[in-house]
Design a protein around this ligand. Structure first.
Ligand code: ADP
Ligand code: MG
Length: 761
């Protein structure tokens, strides 16, 4: 029996899903797999686990697992359900990549989809669970798709055993045919339960014109007008990225002052930065020797990156100008009139935001204020913000694009889909009739694609292929993907894995077709198994596998951790908004540039390039105790550094698990690598990034000036460049490897490290 507080009980009864409890539970009893569709806010995530709990699904020895594509949702939903059920977090718990509060008493476990995928590797039948709920399936995140494919096989296997496993798939949209009408996935189509939306009507207002550039400015003007002219009710604005969110927050706070925000990082303990720096820089060994070679077959024996969240790149927005727009046919409901003297309580919301800050949107705004949340698409379906009556939708979304041939990635802001735009509009009608202001015309909306494509069709899949091979799924092409990745993407993945030594070479038959077919069925090697056990992408896993030579492992772990966490440096290149901010930014830029030079080291270290800078930054930050102040002072992103710290711990454990004799540990006072070690590190990096090699085009070969200082890569016709912020910008080595190519103003290589010509295969 669950003992809920009267307020919670009352709030629950208002949720549409409550009316469906019987239907849901009956369907679950009678079917191995059930699909539930219901508008965001109808109560799926918070209530369905409780239904199952009350029906005894967590008392027969198995527990209830729920996967979320976003960490934010896994954490906040576990807290919410614990609170609703009046149970401690030892019982209703969460597990995300770096942390969790799961105990042996846990009965309901929220986790990211990547975490469950890892568990399947350890226990294919998921025997700890009696039910798995795949939440937010409409988002079509890669791991969600793979999990559904795997579970379609696991569920029948478990049904043959004494303890069957139930599968629930929950979606905020009705578009579930990819799961239900898919013979490869489920032979008998699972029943679909539609939860009545009980959504209040939302009036949609289109702009007459569509601003092509300055939608942030447009959003600003629209929000000001709503606040000045329309009755009380929260405003939710959808923008595309963190930088835009902050810029609009700032403008709105200036326009409708509330009180000075108190979010300044409080002065943590004084970290003696200069001391830490000096120590880290400390006398490097001055031995000279001919370059030693690491043994490429010497592995310390040795998964996949977890859901990428909707990480933001530091793409800057503009926000000046903006035309005046009419609020169109606005409500004159005769409700309470707007009072522009009321302060606007402006809050940002995006994935990388600290959890305490995120939690603020769920609390009622201070009395006498109007809530205004400026969000990225996290607010689209995974979180429901109470009290929203107005939605302002820029109609765009920021996505990462990969070029399938070259592997070049870029973040681009594109139009969203009609389905997403309708989800956004729906946020306005949860508590009363609402209004959605679309900052684009109805004609533009008509041109949006109907639905967003599944992520799996838009990104490289080598990590997934390795995971599947590790699960002994040899013919990945035959896997029951809800939407399969392209044949080329699968072939490219297998080829990369073969070249990394994770899969066996296909037999040479001399016939291209047969080779290609063989390539799609290469079995996993022992090295591949070891690599699959590391929670990083295969290229990085390979580096870890080679790391024990010359005692390089602690450095390899630190570098890999830093390379897999996005944006470790603060984005200081953004344009300033005031004189004051400008001079501060200039100072901080100078400081970061100075630190980068320091971290890059001297002599031999320099050639490890950007990776040496990362290693230096990680070492110095750890030495200083990884405080917010140290990060703030030195241009490092605190959240990234905390993630790196956790990942170092996790990778260290993973390496020890596979290869106990190395007994590596995280040393907070790690000394810099010796020259010998730097040379080894460069070769280890090359072993992982061998397909990311670029050769400098020599001055005498340049015919076209666009190739000045350019590098040639095997797959691209155009030059790529070393970024001015890179440690190797002045050196311009003949050969380099890079982590990725990012197209911004130019094709820039990121994470560049120099390679000796003689090492190049
Ligand atoms: P769904 O999963 O169908 O989108 P949820 O179960 O997430 O719906 O949300 C149901 C209701 O619970 C929403 O109306 C939301 O406002 C409320 N809710 C969810 N999380 C919180 C929270 N942390 N604090 C207060 N209310 C919450
Ligand atoms: Mg939900």
């Amino acid at each position: 029996p669950v003992d809920r507080s009267p307020e919670i009980q009352e709030a629950r009864l208002k949720l549409p899903i409550l009316a469906e409890e019987q239907v849901v539970m009956e369907a679950v009893r009678e079917n191995p797999c059930v699909v539930i569709c219901g508008e965001t806010g109808s109560g799926k995530t918070t209530q369905v686990p409780q239904f199952l709990y009350e029906a005894g699904y967590a008392s027969g020895g198995g527990i209830i697992g729920i996967t979320e594509p976003r960490r934010v949702a896994a954490v906040s939903m576990s807290h919410r359900v614990a609170k609703e059920m009046n149970l401690p977090t030892q019982v209703v718990s969460y597990q995300i990549r770096y942390e969790g509060n799961v105990t042996s008493d846990t009965k309901i476990k929220f986790m990211t989809d990547g975490v469950l995928l890892k568990e399947i590797q350890k226990d294919f039948l998921l025997q700890r669970y009696s039910v798995i709920i795949i939440d937010e399936a409409h988002e079509r995140s890669v791991y969600t798709d793979i999990l559904i494919g795997l579970l379609s096989r696991i569920v029948p296997l478990r049904n043959k055993k004494a303890k069957p496993l139930k599968l629930l798939i929950m979606s905020a949209t009705l578009r579930v045919e990819d799961f239900t009408d898919n013979q490869k996935l489920f032979k008998t189509p699972p029943p679909v339960i539609k939860v009545d939306a009980r959504q209040f009507p939302v009036t949609v207002h289109f702009n007459k014109r569509t601003p092509l550039e300055d939608y942030t400015g447009e959003a600003f003007h629209k929000t000001c007008k709503i606040h000045r002219m329309l009755p009380p009710g929260g405003i939710l604005v959808f923008l595309t990225g963190q930088a835009e969110v902050h810029s609009l927050c700032r403008r709105l706070r200036n326009a409708f002052p509330f009180r000075k925000s108190s979010t300044v990082t409080e002065g943590e303990e004084e970290a003696d930065t200069s001391e830490a720096m000096r120590k880290f820089k400390k006398a490097k060994q001055k031995k000279t020797m001919s370059l030693p070679r690491i043994d490429l077959d010497n592995y310390s024996a040795l998964p996949v990156d977890e859901g990428d969240e909707d990480r933001e790149a530091g793409i800057e927005d503009e926000d000046d100008g903006g035309s005046d727009i009419d609020l169109g046919d606005d409500p004159t409901d005769g409700e309470t009139k707007a009072d522009p003297s009321i302060p606007l309580y402006v809050l940002p919301l995006y994935s990388l935001l600290a959890p305490e800050q995120q939690a603020k949107v769920f609390r009622p705004p201070p009395p006498g204020t109007r809530l205004c949340v400026i969000a990225t698409n996290v607010a689209e379906t995974s979180l429901t913000i109470p009290g929203i009556k107005y939605v302002v939708d820029c109609g765009r979304v920021k996505k990462r694009f990969y070029d399938r041939v070259t592997g070049v990635s870029s973040f681009k802001v594109t139009w969203t889909s009609q389905a997403s735009a309708n989800q956004r509009a729906g946020r306005a009608g949860r508590t009363e009739p609402g209004h959605c202001y679309r900052l684009y015309s109805s004609a533009v909306f008509g041109d949006f694609s109907l639905f967003s494509e599944a992520e799996i069709t838009r990104r490289p899949v080598e990590d997934l292929v390795l995971q599947m091979k590790d699960l002994n799924i040899e013919k990945v092409v035959n896997f029951p993907f809800p939407t399969p990745p392209s044949a080329e993407a699968l072939a490219a993945a297998e080829q990369l894995l073969v070249s990394l030594g994770a899969l066996e070479e296909p037999p040479r038959t001399g016939r291209v077709k047969a080779m290609q077919r063989a390539r799609l069925t290469c079995p996993i090697t022992p090295l591949g198994r070891a690599m699959a056990s590391f929670p990083v992408a295969p290229r990085y896993a390979k580096m870890l596998a080679l790391g024990k030579q010359q005692d390089c492992l602690p450095y390899v772990i630190a570098v890999v951790a830093a390379m897999t966490v996005r944006e470790i440096f603060e984005d200081l290149d953004r344009p300033a908004r005031s004189e004051d901010e400008n001079s501060k930014l200039t100072q901080r830029r100078a400081r970061l540039a100075q630190m980068r030079r320091l971290w890059a080291g001297q002599g031999a270290s320099l050639l490890l390039g950007d990776l040496m800078v990362m290693l230096g930054a990680v070492g110095a930050c750890e030495f200083a105790g990884c405080t917010p102040k140290f990060c703030e002072d030195n241009g490092l992103r605190y959240k990234a550094m905390v993630e790196i710290k956790r990942l170092r711990g996790q990778l260290t454990n993973a390496v020890n698990a596979v290869c106990p004799e190395v007994s590596v540990f995280v040393d907070p006072k790690m000394t810099p690598p010796t020259e010998l070690q730097v040379v080894c590190l460069r070769q280890i990096v090359l072993a992982g990034l061998g397909d990311h090699l670029a050769r400098r085009v020599q001055a005498e070969d340049i015919l076209d000036p666009k190739w000045k200082n350019g590098y040639k890569t095997p797959l691209m016709d155009d030059p790529v460049f070393i970024h001015p912020n890179s440690a190797l910008f002045k050196t311009l080595p003949d050969f380099v490897v890079y982590q990725e190519i990012m197209e911004t103003t130019k094709m820039y290589m990121r994470g560049v490290s120099a390679v000796e010509a003689e090492w190049v295969p």
